[in-house]
Design a protein around this ligand. Structure first.
Ligand SMILES: NC(=O)c1ccc[n+]([C@@H]2O[C@H](COP(=O)([O-])OP(=O)(O)OC[C@H]3O[C@@H](n4cnc5c(N)ncnc54)[C@H](O)[C@@H]3O)[C@@H](O)[C@H]2O)c1
Length: 261
């Protein structure tokens, strides 16, 4: 019989309404977890929950804006009320945006950091007391851009690079409690975030050919984009007891993109 790594576990996924977060939520539920799907898009979070329930899994949705401390505090209280505690936090909600540095306004910069860095900080801050009770685990979705950049990415690359420091510091703050903190750093992955950068909608017929060309021309290594499920598999691995001796580090899930000079 296939073993279920998250049987009886309470898992929180932020940004669970789409892409990598949705794939992670579905993956955790398929391995036995009760999954709280947090997203600022309540309809999308609800859709992920329905997908999980339709296949017999356990899940519920909570609207949250990870930039806002009161919102994160309230969502944490709801999760603890429903699930009785928290074993895993997948701090995945994020936004991107690409502009040459001098074109980035202070508002753009602050909002990027508010979601990508403050959002992770607040999620850990409010959920870690419960993670400590269960010697739980945090997996942050960073980005391969923490290791290699591209033009137009000053704000995004800075925010994602900050997470490496945050993860190391948090890993040390909670190691004595058995709480592990790691980063999954995806390379370019086929989600609505990337489709949005290409200016195509969800079901655009042109997308498969554009995706293939992107992989061939812009992604050294395996020369293709990753799938949300491939990144989610790494999130699950780091969250599970398979990674019991891994903390404070980054796992690149980028098809060899950052291996190239
Ligand atoms: N797709 C890629 O190529 C790629 C590469 C590297 C890293 N990432 C990272 O992966 C994570 C997931 O991205 P994705 O590609 O699945 O994108 P996505 O846009 O499909 O999903 C992001 C989700 O985060 C939610 N979100 C955004 N701001 C929020 C907020 N303030 N509060 C709560 N939820 C919020 C969105 O509503 C959305 O559901 C992000 O952190 C992103 O930076 C993605």
């Amino acid at each position: 019989m296939e073993s279920l790594r998250f049987s009886g576990k309470s898992v929180v996924v932020t940004g669970a309404g789409s892409g990598i977060g949705r794939a992670a939520a579905v993956g955790f539920a398929a391995e036995g977890a009760s999954v709280a799907c947090l997203d600022r898009d309540a309809d999308n979070a609800e859709s992920t929950t329905s997908m999980i329930r339709d296949t017999g899994g356990r899940s519920f949705a909570v609207e949250v804006d990870v930039r806002d401390e009161e919102s994160v505090r309230a969502a944490t209280a709801v999760v603890v009320d429903v699930h009785g505690g928290i074993d895993v936090l997948a701090a995945n909600a994020g936004v991107n945006g690409f502009q040459t540095l001098h074109e980035v306004t202070v508002e753009d910069w602050d909002d990027m950091f508010a979601v990508n860095v403050r959002g992770v900080f607040l999620s850990i801050k409010h959920m870690v007391p419960y993670l400590i009770e269960r010697a739980g685990s945090v997996v942050i979705t960073g980005s391969a851009i923490q290791s290699g950049s591209r033009p137009g990415s000053a704000a995004y690359a800075s925010s994602k690079s900050a997470l490496a420091g945050l993860a190391r510091a948090a890993a040390l703050d909670y190691a004595a409690h058995g709480v592990r903190v790691n980063i999954v750093a995806p390379g370019t992955t086929d989600t609505s975030m990337v489709r949005g950068m290409s200016g195509v909608g969800e079901d655009d017929d042109r997308w498969p050919a554009m995706r293939e060309a992107w992989g061939r021309d812009r992604m050294p290594g395996l020369q293709r984009m990753g799938t949300a499920a491939e990144v989610a598999a790494a999130v699950l691995m780091l969250a599970s007891s398979d990674a019991a001796f891994i903390t404070g580090t980054t796992l690149f899930v980028d098809g060899g993109m950052t291996a190239a000079l």
